[in-house]
Design a protein around this ligand. Structure first.
Ligand code: OOG
Ligand code: MG
Length: 259
């Protein structure tokens, strides 16, 4: 770790996100540990909270092999979601707020009880209220979307946006459902919910372990994004994007016209 403080690294990532300006990965110059990366993530969230943003839940990353392979990393990670990242289903998303956004198909869970300890797979369902088809809009603050595991954790796991469809409380059997993401009607990613840790409910189990390890409690009414089932696709203006998930239905949004 160089003389630059974790707070300064958090500030450079936060500024990059606000100015929509990509930066070089931090680890080659500042070499920090995974533990320090989560401290940088927390410090960058503190800056968002100071500006009035509110946490609405968490996201898991790299819960599928497709994502690990696409990004060249091999460990599960987690980050924070805030109210400013949430887009209405069907929204027109203005891409000028992003650097080089990508979209990926996900499942979003809504918690019913506070998650305050590690949960088993059998217990996890009773901590949830509902599930919805969702898409995450990720946007790395790093040049060319290239990073190490520590870099991406420090960057709040590329969190930038999420679009969540209608919730259903009938989410008990989502272990092996088809996932189709379409851009302008063309299927661009096909997969299965089974690609997410074999069963997306395992993302909730993993989240419970990660939260407990960090000494945190996730309040009832929080969102948990389970992680992408497939690789991500680049976004550009003027697109219609949809994802269909068996048992959950469709979620869609458009990207605003080019300026
Ligand atoms: C990191 C975020 C990974 C997922 O669903 O696997 C992620 C990235 O790909 O930039 O959100
Ligand atoms: Mg994701």
């Amino acid at each position: 770790m160089s003389a630059v403080s974790l707070d300064q690294l958090a500030a450079s990532l936060d500024d990059a996100a606000r100015q929509r300006c990509e930066i070089d990965p931090l680890t080659p110059r500042h070499g920090f540990s995974l533990e320090q990366a989560y401290l940088i993530q927390r410090a960058s969230m503190a800056r968002r909270h100071a500006r009035g943003e509110r946490s609405i839940g968490i996201k898991l990353g790299f819960t599928s092999r497709a994502k690990m392979i696409q990004m060249g990393v091999d460990s599960l990670i987690w980050g924070w979601l805030t109210d400013s990242m949430l887009y209405e289903e069907g929204a027109s998303v203005d891409l000028s707020g992003f650097i080089h956004p990508r979209v990926e198909p996900e499942i979003c869970y809504l918690t019913r009880r506070p998650i305050e300890r590690p949960l088993s797979l059998l217990e996890a369902g009773s901590y949830l209220e509902a599930a919805a088809p969702a898409m995450e809009i990720i946007d790395s603050r790093y040049r060319n979307f290239k990073f190490t595991l520590e870099d991406v954790v420090a960057d709040n796991c590329s969190s930038a946006g999420l679009v969540v469809g209608s919730f259903t409380d009938d989410f008990a059997s989502l272990a092996n459902r088809g996932v189709t993401m379409r851009i302008d009607g063309h299927a661009v990613q096909l997969g299965s919910t089974g690609a997410i840790l074999g069963n997306p409910l395992r993302s909730v189990v993993q989240a419970s372990y990660l939260l407990a390890g960090a000494g945190l409690v996730l309040p009832a009414g929080s969102l948990i994004m389970a992680g992408a089932a497939t690789a991500a696709e680049a976004l550009r203006p003027g697109l219609h994007v949809s994802t269909d998930i068996g048992g959950l239905g469709r979620v869609e949004f458009t990207t605003g016209a080019a300026a």
